[in-house]
Design a protein around this ligand. Structure first.
Ligand code: IDP
Ligand code: MG
Length: 152
C-alpha cells in the first residue's frame, strides 16, 4: 500500500485552508489514513528537513514550520506520492500551475502551504516522524472501486 506524508503548513492552518486541502485530496479519490493537528517543535522540524541542512533557507524553513500548528496526515492510494505532488504544484507558488493547491492559494515560496513526501524513501522516513504505526489506519471504503479499478 503506497503511503505519503502530507502536512498543511502553519500558513495553511492560519488561513483556514485545512478543510479545503483535505477536501481536494479526498475528491481526487485518495484515502486519508491518519490525521493530527500539532505544534512542531525544533527537534521534529530539523528531523523532517534534515536533507536541507546547510541550504540558505534552512533556518527560516525550520522557524516557519514550527511557528504555529500544522495538520499532519497520511494518505494512501496507488501512485499517491506523485499524484499528491502534482496536486500540490511547484515548490514556488508563483510558478505553480492554476488548479494546483499552491498555484491557486499561494504567492510566495516561503509560504507554500503544503508539504508532501517526494519519493517512497522520503515517505518511509517522514511518516514515523509524525505517526506511530498504530495511528495509521488501513480500511476499505465503499467508494474505492469507483475511484480506481485496481486495489487502492
Ligand atoms: P517541496 O516542498 O516542493 O518538496 P523542497 O525543495 O523540498 O520543496 O523544499 C522544502 C521547503 O523549503 C519548501 O516547501 C519551502 O517551504 C522551502 N523552500 C525551498 N526553497 C526555498 C527558497 O528558495 N526560499 C524559501 N523557502 C524555500
Ligand atoms: Mg521536498
Amino acid at each position: 500500500m503506497e503511503q505519503t506524508l502530507v502536512i498543511v503548513k502553519p500558513d495553511g492552518v492560519q488561513r483556514g485552508l485545512v478543510g479545503a486541502i483535505i477536501s481536494r485530496l479526498e475528491r481526487r479519490g485518495l484515502r486519508l489514513s491518519a490525521l493530527k493537528l500539532l505544534q512542531v517543535d525544533q527537534a521534529r522540524a530539523r528531523k523532517l528537513y534534515k536533507i536541507h541542512l546547510g541550504k540558505r533557507f534552512y533556518e527560516t524553513l525550520v522557524s516557519y514550520i514550527s511557528s504555529s500548528p500544522v495538520a499532519a496526515m497520511v494518505w494512501q492510494g496507488q501512485g499517491v506520492i506523485d499524484i499528491i505532488r502534482r496536486t500540490m504544484g511547484a515548490t514556488d507558488p508563483a510558478e505553480a500551475g492554476p488548479g494546483t493547491i499552491r498555484g491557486d492559494w499561494g504567492i510566495n515560496i516561503g509560504r507554500n502551504l503544503i508539504h508532501g513526501s517526494d519519493s517512497l524513501e522520503s515517505a518511509e522516513r517522514e511518516i514515523p516522524i509524525f505517526f506511530d504505526s498504530g495511528e495509521v489506519v488501513h480500511y476499505p471504503r465503499a467508494l474505492d472501486p469507483w475511484c480506481s479499478e485496481n486495489e487502492l
